[in-house]
Design a protein around this ligand. Structure first.
Ligand code: DHK
Length: 155
């Protein structure tokens, strides 16, 4: 079974420490465990990664084509700036779900623009770490999430 790549961008390694009133107290390691547990229950598997480096995220998105079943992406601040990530996503040829812990639309105007959204099947924001589980549930539910059927165990 191909894994779902769960890719996290800059500053998400600081979860649990940074701006707790916005991002909560759960650490990146807690989030990883949460995703792995939920994926297992749904019959999926995940490859969970974080990088502060834009080019590394681009390389992982390129790698996802062929190696992954789907991408769940929280690109952090690169969401709002990165045409390189946008281009990589357009070439990925796997279902993409954009996730943000915070409700970016209740925040500064510069967070209202996303270079990820035009390449994504859907966007989940404002539900904290639960949003990652919702993304996995959307992928597990299959055809309604888009043209490409999401993976199931044994498929
Ligand atoms: C995380 C970040 O680091 C910000 O740059 C985004 C996103 C929002 C989040 O809510 O998960 O604007």
């Amino acid at each position: 079974m191909k894994p779902i790549y769960i890719l996290n961008g800059p500053n998400l390694n600081m979860l649990g420490l940074r701006e707790q009133e916005i991002y909560g107290t759960e650490t990146l390691e807690d989030l990883r465990k949460r995703c792995e547990t939920r994926a297992k229950a749904l019959g999926l598997c995940v490859d969970f990664r974080q990088s502060n480096i834009e080019g590394e995220l681009v390389t992982w998105i390129q790698e996802a084509r062929g190696k992954s079943a789907a991408i769940v992406l929280n690109a952090g601040a690169y969401t709002h700036t990165s045409i390189a990530i946008h281009d990589a996503l357009r070439a990925a040829d796997v279902p993409i779900i954009e996730v943000h812990l915070s409700n970016v639309f209740r925040r500064e105007a510069f967070r209202h623009t996303s270079y990820v959204s035009p390449a994504a099947l859907g966007v989940i924001c404002g539900f904290g770490p639960k949003g990652y589980e919702l993304a996995l549930e959307a992928l597990a539910s299959g055809p309604e999430t888009g043209k490409k059927e999401a993976p199931r165990q044994g498929a």
